[in-house]
Design a protein around this ligand. Structure first.
Ligand code: AMP
Length: 578
C-alpha cells in the first residue's frame, strides 16, 4: 500500500485553469445572427376583422437573421432614447417575432425585459409598471386602448412604443417598426456581468400584491441549456417549436431563448390560441414540439376529435410532444391524446420563481409509455432536470421553527422546497422574505405547493398551500375577490374557492354569508358590482349563500372544508376569457 497523501492544511483550494466567460443573452443573439440566420420565425398576426368583428389571422414570416438585425437596431434605438443598463423596459404584448426581438435586444444592451401579463385589469398593470419603475413600455396595438389610462397612472413611464399600426395616431407614442428602422444594426455590445438582471416577471400575488422576480443572464443561459436536452424538453436545431404559453408567462417557459440557442424554428400563434387555429398551425408549419397549459390542450383535443370524426384528420405526424404545465395535466387527458391521436403530452412543473423548469415527467428506462404504470407516472409532475434540487418539509413547528425534512416515499406530503441556479433567491425590493430559508446551510425557496416525491424522484403536486384559483393557466386571486365582495352592503362574509371546470380547469365560486335581514343579491348585481375593478374572466360564475363559513384556529377561512362542501360543484365550461 502506498503512503497516505499528506494532509497539510492549504490556505485555499487550487483554482482551475479554465476561462470564466460570462453567460449572457448576447450569446444567444449572436448564435441566431451568425449560425441560424436562415431559420424561420412564423407569427400569426391580426390582418383585420371579419364582418362580425372577429380578428382574422395572417402568417407573418421572418428569419432569425432578420430578428437578430432588428433586435440590434432596437438596442441602438433604446440607447438613443436614453435607456441605460439596469433600466426596466416593459412589454405588454402577444407572442410574435417583435416580442422575440425585445427578448433578445433589451437584455443584450444590459437593460431588463419586463414582460407584463396582458390579461390583468388595467389597474393591476399600472400597479406593476409603477412597482417595477419601468421607464419605457412597448405595447401591442391590440391593447393600445389602455394607453391613456396607463399614462395617467404611471408618471414614471418616459416613453411608450406601439407594436403594429393603430387606427388613429396616438399623441406622443412611437411606432415600433419606425423606431427600430431608424437606427443601425451595428451595435457595440456592452460588457455585462452574468449576474445582472436580464428579465423580470411578477408572480400572481397570493395574499396581496404580486412580487417581482429578476432573472439573471446566467440563470437564463443555464436554464436554456438545461431545457434543451432529450430528457427535458428535447429541443434541437431540426425542431419547429410553437410555444402557446404566453411570452409574459415566465418567459414562455424559457422556450424563445432555448429555441434560439439551439437554432430551432419558432412559430407563434399570437392571440389565436383556440383549437382550430392551433391545429391548423401545427399542421401547416409541421411543428415538432408545442407547449401550453391543459386548457389549451383541451381545446385542441376537441378540434382533433371533431376533424377525425368528420373524416378529415389533421396531419400531425411530425409532432413529437405537447409540453403541458402550469396546472396538473389530468391522466385522462394524457390518455386521450395518446390513444385517440397517438400524441404524447410531456408533463412539466415549474413556476415564476423557478424560471420555470423544475421537473419533467420523462419515464424511467423499462416503463412503457402506453401502460397503466406509464400513464400514472406521466400524470405526476416528474423528476428534476439537472441542477435543480427538491425537498419536502413538514409544517413549521409550534415555536415557528422551519419544520423537518420529510422522506421521499411517494406517500408523505410536505411543503415543496426548491433550489438551483435558476431558482429565485429573493424577490425584487426584498419583499416576501419568509419564502426563502436556510436549511442545513443551504438556501431553499418554499414553492407554496404541497407534494409527494417517490423513491425514484417523481414529484407529485397534491395541493396548493395558497388558495389561488387557476383558470386557463392564469391565477385568479381569491383574496382580492373576497375583499371586494365583502364591500357589498348585503354581504357579511365572502370566500371564493376554485371549482372544477371542464374548459378552464378551475373557475371561481363565491360563497357568501349575508348581513342579517338582507336579501341575497343576484348574480347580475354582484357581477356589476365587481366589474369595474376586475378583468371579466376573474368574476365568479356562480354564488352560494351559506349560514357560516368554517373558520380555523388562526381566524382564517378553512377553504379546504368549503371545497369539500362544494365538491360536486362543476363549472359550466362556458366562461369567456375576454
Ligand atoms: P406560475 O408562477 O404562475 O407559473 O404558477 C406556478 C404554480 O403553478 C406552481 O406553484 C404550481 O402550483 C402550479 N403548477 C405549475 N405546473 C404544474 C403542474 N405540472 N402540475 C400542477 N401544478 C402546476
Amino acid at each position: 500500500m502506498s503512503a497516505p497523501v499528506s494532509s497539510t492544511p492549504r490556505a485555499r483550494p487550487l483554482l482551475s485553469t479554465m476561462m470564466d466567460v460570462p453567460l449572457t443573452v448576447q450569446t444567444i443573439l449572436e448564435r441566431i445572427r451568425t449560425l441560424y440566420f436562415d431559420r424561420e420565425v412564423v407569427s400569426l398576426m391580426v390582418a383585420g376583422r371579419d364582418e362580425a368583428g372577429n380578428p382574422v389571422p395572417e402568417a407573418h414570416r421572418s428569419t432569425y437573421g432578420e430578428v437578430a438585425e432588428r433586435a440590434l437596431r432596437l438596442a441602438n434605438a433604446l440607447t438613443a432614447l436614453g435607456v441605460q443598463q439596469g433600466d426596466r423596459v416593459a412589454t405588454l404584448a402577444v407572442n410574435s417575432y417583435r416580442h422575440l426581438e425585445c427578448y433578445l435586444g433589451i437584455p443584450s444592451m444590459g437593460a431588463v425585459l419586463h414582460t407584463v401579463n396582458i390579461r390583468l385589469h388595467p389597474d393591476q398593470v399600472a400597479w406593476i409598471l409603477n412597482h417595477a419603475e419601468d421607464r419605457v413600455l412597448i405595447v401591442e396595438n391590440l391593447f393600445a386602448g389602455l394607453i391613456p389610462a396607463i399614462r395617467a397612472a404611471c408618471p414614471g413611464l418616459e416613453a411608450i412604443i406601439v407594436m403594429g399600426p393603430t387606427p388613429t395616431p396616438i399623441d406622443g407614442v412611437l411606432d415600433y417598426d419606425t423606431f427600430v428602422a431608424g437606427h443601425s444594426s451595428d451595435f457595440a455590445y456592452p460588457d455585462l456581468d452574468e449576474r445582472q438582471a436580464a428579465a423580470m416577471c411578477y408572480t400572481s400575488g397570493t395574499t396581496g400584491n404580486p412580487k417581482g422576480v429578476l432573472y439573471s443572464h446566467r440563470s437564463t443561459l443555464l436554464h436554456s441549456l438545461a431545457a434543451a436536452p432529450k430528457d427535458a424538453l428535447d429541443v434541437g436545431e431540426r425542431d419547429t417549436v410553437m410555444a402557446i404559453v404566453p411570452m409574459f408567462h415566465v418567459n414562455a417557459w424559457g422556450l424563445p431563448y432555448t429555441c434560439a440557442l439551439v437554432g430551432a424554428k419558432q412559430v407563434f400563434c399570437g392571440m389565436f390560441s383556440d383549437g382550430k387555429n392551433v391545429a391548423r398551425m401545427l399542421e401547416q408549419e409541421q411543428v415538432t414540439i408545442t407547449a401550453g397549459v391543459p386548457t389549451i390542450w383541451m381545446g385542441l383535443l376537441g378540434e382533433l376529435d371533431r376533424a377525425q370524426t368528420a373524416g378529415t384528420p389533421y396531419d400531425l405526424h411530425r409532432l413529437n410532444s405537447l409540453v403541458v404545465g402550469g396546472s396538473a395535466a389530468p391522466e385522462a387527458q394524457i390518455r386521450a391524446f395518446q390513444t385517440r391521436h397517438g400524441l404524447k403530452l410531456n408533463h412539466a412543473w415549474g413556476m415564476t420563481e423557478t424560471h420555470p423548469l423544475g421537473t419533467v415527467s420523462v419515464l424511467p428506462v423499462g416503463v412503457d409509455l402506453i401502460s397503466d404504470e406509464g400513464y400514472a407516472l406521466q400524470a405526476k409532475q416528474g423528476r428534476t432536470v439537472p441542477l435543480i434540487e427538491l425537498a419536502l418539509l413538514s409544517d413549521s413547528d409550534e415555536q415557528g421553527g422551519a419544520g423537518e425534512l420529510l422522506p421521499h416515499d411517494g406517500k408523505t406530503m410536505g411543503r415543496l422546497m426548491a433550489r438551483g441556479p435558476w431558482v429565485a433567491a429573493s424577490y425584487y425590493k426584498g419583499e416576501g422574505q419568509s419564502n426563502f430559508m436556510t436549511l442545513g446551510g443551504k438556501l431553499w425557496f418554499d414553492t407554496g405547493d404541497i407534494a409527494t416525491i417517490d423513491a425514484r424522484g417523481y414529484m407529485h403536486i397534491q395541493d396548493r398551500s395558497k388558495d389561488l384559483i387557476k383558470s386557463g393557466g392564469e391565477w385568479i386571486s381569491s383574496v382580492d375577490l373576497e375583499n371586494a365582495l365583502m364591500a357589498h352592503p348585503a354581504v357579511a362574509q365572502a370566500a371564493v374557492i376554485a371549482v372544477p371546470d371542464p374548459k378552464w380547469d378551475e373557475r371561481p365560486l363565491g360563497v357568501l354569508v349575508l348581513v342579517a335581514g338582507a336579501s341575497a343579491p343576484d348574480h347580475a348585481e354582484l357581477t356589476a358590482f365587481l366589474a369595474p375593478r376586475f378583468a371579466k374572466w376573474w368574476l365568479p360564475d356562480a354564488y352560494e349563500v351559506v349560514a357560516a363559513i368554517p373558520i380555523g384556529a388562526t381566524g382564517k377561512f378553512l377553504k379546504r372544508e368549503l371545497r369539500d362542501q362544494f365538491t360536486a360543484y362543476q363549472g359550466a365550461g362556458t366562461a369567456s376569457r375576454d
